[in-house]
Write a protein that binds this ligand. Structure first.
Ligand code: NAD
Length: 729
């Protein structure tokens, strides 16, 4: 079935309408590109056609390239994948360049105007195609998102977007859109110079424009073109390029190959004519596509994240469990955040606390969040009233009547949780699913307070709720499929990404974060300088070093968790050396950022001013400091081995969830695609050798799990053995 439709009207305007069958959003496929190419040929060859408008048959223009196609292109490129990819990319460029030149001769004579008319969102190739056109008209649609988000999934705009945007806006102007993947609504995109006009009816405006005999030569195809802001050897341009290089390395710590490749494409492309610049862009794009980091990032952050959001692990035979009325018990930090995201998603919310004042305070969180949105032009008074109107703050359990899901987020105390669960059960109906937001308590134990343990489940949010995209759903021993489906359908309503795991100490995310923090603290106790620990973490792509992370989550929480874990594990408890540091810090009153004193020092306003020097006095630096890579391996392996154990023990049921959950839940080195992708990248054999070495020198916690050893012996990869294709076979 056709993806692009072609029609010529009585005025001689050919309209090419992009409308991929069976999808709500257009995405570009190889077949689509071939169709587009043929329609452009037809229009350029037909004397009756005066100009062309490219638009969409859907409410949006396009969501981008189908990244599955890129993954497949690389996988199927045979013995010489780089050559196959490069030629494939150059094939796309040829079509786009044909649109841009539109039949003009070498002297820029002739040609037909081609305009893009965007009804809504235009992302990735969905903007690169318009950028190749001669004028871009967008509907005045504030919900539309316009931009080039490729960098977010580990690639860069490789359909000419990099070269064209830099030539249009200059390197400085294009930087936020290319390097940060910044998206804009049509008005802001026009103000930035990305698109040309925001109008009521973009197709009509585009048609009128192509009939007006406009000038169509792109500035970069004219003699004497100068790049806005200056090319690299222009004094101003020089400053920009030097600064950009430093800035990108500072932000990415050099671990994202796509950011470096993008900069190289921009810099080298700026020194040569347009067609050579496009070839350079294609070579760097191929280079990035060939990097295992980019395929791992695409797989985890795009393909698998989307699969999880669309219900890849949802029990198939349970009918829709969308939530209409949500009860929340406990209007503290977490309860207030959950109320906000649920109300924003259109769900009626009853927010309960012990005192009316506390419940009101929880509701006020949404109010101040919406107020901030209004100040930043992201929300309106009407929207605020609508969202706030959905939240009832009360102490009266009777208000829960009719709720189909209740999430308990009271104190982390089994007794309090049991009491609340008993009380709320009396107020809700038989069909209501009850969930707990506990971060540490076993769901199966908490479920004992429930009359119907099959309807009891863990829905673990991360803080701050409105920012953190992961929700960890935990099945208790008796939790049934309807409860799982309910939790998944709720997470889908609030547009977050779910993973479903089995019940075990700390579930999945916290189970992996705690050893990361502990390994950092353990090194401090050994005399590794705190700066080396923190920088090693950041240079391997962790957003926060372990010491900063424990400052953020608070040291007293660390102490509490350590004590509880020790009580549960008895003699087997392995982290005494960590506790010594942690308890000493707590004794010093250095409880973390909230106390403005922790592993870091803080100013009055709570801003970090550097590592606390008192630490060095108590734990003097050892004379021999380890290599950077040694520290990095310890920090990474501490997390990764725990993820493997979680899989081995059946806590994790799907490695896609392990990878996506790690990146979204605690920021595990996103360039790696997640712990399992990282292990696949280095190979099980090398991972085992690394473990053996670390275990011999640092202790049993680094002993390679049996599963990893077995995979090393058999030469297996995690995605080869546990990936969706292997599971389906
Ligand atoms: P919080 O102390 O900010 O809020 C708890 C709220 O529960 C308070 O407002 C309190 O008044 C209320 N409450 C206590 N007993 C109650 C009762 N009997 N009836 C009604 N309300 C009652 O705590 P929080 O940080 O929001 O954590 C809540 C839960 O979420 C805990 O189980 C915690 O482990 C979990 N959690 C916290 C985080 C985090 O980062 N803070 C992250 C994930 C999960």
């Amino acid at each position: 079935m056709a993806e692009f439709h072609y029609n010529v009207d009585a005025d001689g305007v050919a309209t090419i309408t992009w409308d991929v069958p069976g999808r709500s959003m257009n995405v570009m496929s190889l077949a689509g590109f071939r169709e587009l190419d043929a329609h452009i040929d037809t229009a350029l060859a037909d004397d009756a056609v005066k100009g062309v408008v490219i638009t969409s048959g859907k409410k949006d223009f396009a969501g981008g390239m189908d990244l599955n196609v890129i993954a497949r292109m690389r996988d199927e490129a045979g013995d010489d994948p780089a050559k196959g990819l490069f030629e494939g990319v150059m094939g796309m460029h040829a079509v786009l360049r044909k649109i841009e030149r539109a039949g003009m001769d070498d002297k820029n004579k002739g040609g037909k105007p081609i305009a893009a008319a965007l009804p809504g969102t235009a992302l990735g190739i969905g903007l690169e195609l318009p950028l190749a056109c001669h004028r871009i008209f967008a509907a005045d649609n504030p919900r539309a998102r316009i931009g080039l988000p490729e960098i977010m999934v580990g690639i860069f705009p490789g359909g000419g977007g990099t070269t064209r945007l830099v030539r249009k806006l200059g390197a400085m102007g294009a930087a936020p859109f290319l390097l940060e993947g910044k998206l804009s609504d049509p008005k802001k995109a026009k103000a930035a110079g990305i698109i040309d006009e925001v109008v009521e009816d973009p197709v009509a405006a585009a048609k009128a424009w192509v009939l007006s005999e406009p000038k169509i030569v792109k500035p970069w195809d004219e003699k004497g073109y100068k790049m806005p802001g200056g090319a690299p050897y222009h004094p101003a341009g020089f400053m920009t390029f030097v600064g950009a290089s430093a800035m990108v390395n500072g932000k990415t710590k050099g671990v994202y190959p796509a950011a470096k490749a993008l900069l190289s494409a921009v810099y080298e492309g700026a020194l040569v004519p347009f067609d050579a610049a496009i070839r350079i862009e294609a070579r760097w794009f191929t280079h990035v596509l060939m990097n295992p980091s980019s395929s791992a990032m695409i797989r985890s952050l795009f393909i698998n994240k989307e699969a999880l959001e669309k219900g890849a692990v949802r029990p198939a035979d349970v009918p829709d469990q969308k939530v209409a009325k949500l009860g929340i018990l406990g209007a503290g930090m977490m309860g207030a955040g959950i109320a906000l995201v649920a109300a924003q998603a259109g769900i009626e919310v009853v927010l309960i606390d012990q005192q009316q004042e506390a419940a009101d305070k929880g509701r006020a969180y949404t109010e101040s969040y919406m107020d901030k949105g209004i100040k930043r032009g992201k929300a309106t008074e009407a929207k605020k009233d609508e969202v706030l109107g959905r939240i009832t703050a009360t102490t009266d359990y009777a208000a829960l009547s009719g709720a189909d899901l209740v999430i308990e987020a009271v104190f982390e105390d089994p007794g309090v949780k049991a009491e609340v669960t008993q009380k709320l059960q009396a107020a809700v109906g038989e069909n209501c699913i009850i969930a707990t937001n506990t971060s540490t308590l076993p769901i199966t134990d908490l479920a004992k307070a429930a009359d119907r343990p099959a309807d009891y489940i863990g829905i673990h949010f991360f803080s701050p709720v409105e920012k953190m995209m992961l929700v960890e759903i935990i099945k208790g021993r008796e939790t049934d499929d309807r409860a799982v489906a309910k939790a998944l359908d709720f997470v889908r309503q609030i547009r977050k990404t779910p993973i479903v795991v089995n019940d075990a100490r700390f579930f999945y995310a916290n189970r992996c974060i705690i050893p990361y923090i502990n390994e950092g603290i353990r090194m401090v106790a050994e005399g590794v300088t705190p700066a080396l620990v923190e920088n090693a973490a950041k240079l391997v792509g962790m957003p926060l070093g372990p010491l900063q992370l424990v400052d953020e989550t608070s040291i007293d929480l660390g102490v509490k968790i350590a004590k509880a874990t020790k009580a549960a594990m008895g003699d087997a408890y392995p982290d005494g050396a960590v506790d010594e540091v942690l308890f000493w810090m707590a004794d010093q009153g250095r409880l973390g950022r909230k106390a403005k004193a922790g592993f870091y020092a803080y100013d009055e306003a709570g801003k970090r001013t550097g590592l606390w020097d008192g630490l060095a006095a108590h734990y003097p630096a050892a004379e021999d400091q380890p290599d950077l890579s040694e520290v990095q391996h310890r920090l990474l392996c501490a997390q990764v081995l725990e993820a493997v154990r979680a899989l081995e023990e059946g806590v994790l049921m799907d490695i896609r969830e392990g990878d996506v959950g790690a990146i979204l839940g605690w920021g595990f080195a996103p360039w790696s695609g997640g712990p399992f992708s990282w292990l696949d990248m280095i190979g099980a054999a090398k991972a085992v050798a690394l473990c053996d070495d670390l275990a011999a020198r640092h202790g049993e916690r680094f002993t390679a799990p049996g599963l990893l050893r077995e995979m090393a012996e058999r030469g297996e990869t995690f995605y080869g053995r546990f990936g969706p294709a292997a599971q389906a076979a």
